[in-house]
Design a protein around this ligand. Structure first.
Ligand SMILES: *Cc1c(COP(=O)(O)O)cnc(C)c1O
Ligand SMILES: [Zn+2]
Length: 399
């Protein structure tokens, strides 16, 4: 039973070297950078239209020709489907932007957008004969890997930094993955994971160290395209798969001839205590120097060095976007103030993105002509520790 996937090859995003897509692959064999999937878009153009997908309902797998899994029996499905766009008209008026919406990714399986990448990567790993996977995770990737790994019957091992929110650790364990906790940040966890799991012959599912999580994240861009693209996207970035995936899929839509207008400008948001990409953007660098002591309560943003930093920077620059860093104090305040106003229980990463909008508007980067989509990347319910801090602030002295 074929999905009709039009996957053709893998190509290094840095040096362009081709790789066989139907063998297990990690990073580029020549330069160690991430591999991109390439599809037969000429054939897609001849045989498909946007209406083809719209007629198939709301499952992520309705995009199957433009995803890498070839055998429908390999698909690990937990009901991942289109996420809502929530209008924030009062806030838009207050901030002086034309339109403001949240892309609410907390409705996905395991409560975060990591489900998109893991659904596709785990299915593809199973299809290629992988028996077990490992990864370091700031939290949500571990939970999603555990869930889809269970569905696919793969062994899953996850290395978590000690500061990872308790909910992430518990869900990962509860879903049957083996969990190790590591002092330090996700980079430290990654080094430990590669030392310890690499020996056991498990497959490395770390961010951008295999080609297929990125492909699943492209469905964020496909959904926005289906709904009508905004002019600007504000995105809280850590490892960068989301931003890179958006930029990749917008280029593919142009090649398909389905997108003629300019794609949305991409705005990258990070936490002040860990903002390597924001800093590199402002300094005009092509890659980001690592952050020595990354600190932020937004665990998904605590990524001091990203393999795909150059791709994030390229995406933001080529799209005409910009970069903004938000302090933990501001993001905690935003969680408290805007959850109660909007009815959306904010996660710290999504709150950081939302908190960047006023700053971007003040700098004239966003304005009345903009239709802005802010990515709200996870359910606020997963963040007990951050919520305790946010509520303590809003109930603080004098309240
Ligand atoms: C992983 C994560 C991010 C960062 O996403 P990338 O696309 O990897 O940069 C943001 N928010 C949440 C909630 C996350 O789990
Ligand atoms: Zn290469």
């Amino acid at each position: 039973m074929t999905t009709g996937s039009l996957l053709r090859s893998l190509e290094c995003a840095a040096c362009g070297r081709g790789h066989d897509a139907d063998r297990v692959q990690g990073v580029c064999a020549a330069c160690g950078k991430p591999l991109f999937c390439r599809y037969d878009l000429a054939r897609a153009r001849a045989s498909l239209t946007p209406a083809t997908f719209a007629a198939r309902g709301s499952s992520l797998w309705r995009w199957r020709e433009l995803l890498p899994v070839r055998d429908a029996r390999a698909v690990a499905d937990l009901g991942e489907s289109t996420t809502p766009l929530i209008e924030l008209p009062e806030l838009a008026a207050e901030l002086g932007v034309g339109r403001l919406r949240l892309k609410e990714e907390g409705t996905l399986p395991t409560g975060s957008f990591k489900a998109r990448g893991m659904a596709v990567a785990i299915s593809r790993a199973r299809e290629l004969g992988v028996r077990g996977v490992f990864l370091p995770s700031a939290g949500n990737a571990g939970g999603a890997a555990a869930a889809y790994g269970r569905r696919a019957g793969l062994e899953v091992r996850v290395w978590l930094p000690e500061e990872t929110p308790a909910a992430n650790r518990m869900e990962t364990e509860a879903l049957g993955a083996r969990v190790a906790r590591v002092p330090g940040h996700i980079g430290d966890a990654g080094r430990r994971a590669r030392e310890e799991a690499g020996r056991d012959g498990l497959f490395d599912l770390s961010t951008l160290r295999e080609p297929y999580r990125l492909e699943g994240k492209r469905t964020m861009g496909l959904e926005l395209f289906e709904a009508g693209l905004p002019t600007a996207i504000v995105y809280p970035a850590g490892g960068g798969t989301g931003l890179i995936a958006l930029w990749k899929v917008f280029a593919e839509l142009r090649e398909l001839g389905w997108l003629e207008a300019a794609p949305p400008r991409l705005f990258v948001v990070q936490a002040e205590g860990c903002a390597p990409v924001v800093r590199a953007f402002r300094e005009g660098l092509a890659a980001s120097p690592p952050v020595a002591d990354p600190r932020t309560i937004a665990s998904g943003l605590r990524v001091p060095a990203a393999l795909g930093d150059f791709l994030m920077l390229r995406a933001v620059r080529e799209s005409g976007g910009d970069a903004e860093a938000v302090s933990d104090a501001t993001l905690l305040e935003t969680m408290g103030a805007l959850s109660s106003r909007t009815g959306v229980l904010l996660c710290p990463e999504g709150a950081a993105a939302l908190a960047a909008v006023p700053a971007l508007a003040r700098r004239g980067k966003l304005g009345p002509l903009d239709d802005v989509v802010v990515f709200h990347t996870a359910s606020g319910l997963k963040y007990r520790e951050a919520w305790e801090a946010a509520l303590a602030r809003s109930e603080g002295p004098g309240a």
